[in-house]
Design a protein around this ligand. Sequence first.
Ligand code: KG4
Ligand code: ZN
Length: 345
Amino acid sequence: MKRPEPLILSIESSCDDSGAAVLRGREVLANVVYSQTVHETYGGVVPELASRAHSQTVVPTILAAMSQARVGFGDLDAVAATEGPGLLGSLLVGHGTAKAIAQSLGLPFIGVHHIQAHVLAHSLLEPGVQDRTLEGFPFLALVVSGGHTQLFDVRGPFDFRLLGGTLDDAVGEAFDKAAKMLGLPYPGGPEVDRRAELGNPDRFAFARMQTPGLDLSYSGLKTSILYAIAKEQKLRPDTLETDLNDWCASVRKALVQPLLDRLDRALMPDHQYAVLAGGVAANRLLRRAFAAWGLEKGLDVGIPPLSYATDNAAMIGAVAYYAFVEGRYSDMGRAASARLEVPSL
Ligand code: KG4
Ligand code: ZN
């Protein structure tokens, strides 16, 4: 008789979102995210406030996920949590809570790498919505978030090879900083994207990124955007009011184009498909361009639904599922870690 798929509770608390999810195998039965709003007034995530908010929300978030999934703690087969990388104080809350639940129920605990989870999120199945996912290895993954911008050759669920990445700012961070220069509230990435749809992407030009190979550098481009705004404001002081949509469209194009340039060069002949992962995968231009690139190459592409692209616990469950099947349990003595290498063989 076929063994029933494992039921796994997973928790994510690496930054400013508290997440809890319940998965039956790859199927997401519940995926609850509580996004902290306390940081908006500060224009960025305040680590001390984030960990305090996590400690308030972690248990209610878990209870909400369990109730939405209509399962009891006694039904679970394993408990998983993000182990790193991320803000240490935030990580400790979810990681410690997951270990305590696992220990009290006599279940295995699985510590998960946050970036590995973003990448494997494409393997999640939403019951009643999707009937298939992209499966198999190797594949190419582009991770774009507020904290990370990296390209991976993924040879197996626990075999990630870094091909290139940003040498300084992540693309999401660059979006948020550019948004701030344009006078938009934090986090401004989504608003730049929304306005960019209405603007002219060729109106303003910035310095081209010069990094060799598959690496990226957003800090020079950021400075170039700052100078371009200042220069234009000398001629037309109200440019950020009258031309805001054109600024957003030009900035978005400048930030997204270097990612597209590198995709082509990173693709290997044995890659079966390519996936986009992380919060910036919500970006409309990037989504369209990534899909068009896949068509041009005759390659399947995986673009996650938004609920699995931004920080969430279902993606932590996706990794935990692979770990459970392979019997890769974590020691209860493991600590969360702000810096953590992606797994590779
Ligand atoms: O993956 P994520 O939720 O959190 C991190 O792990 O960083 O990504 C959040 C980042 C923020 O920088 C946010 O501004 C950016 O993703 N972002 C976007 C869009 N939606 C979210 N950037 C550009 N366009 C969007 N539509
Ligand atoms: Zn993330």
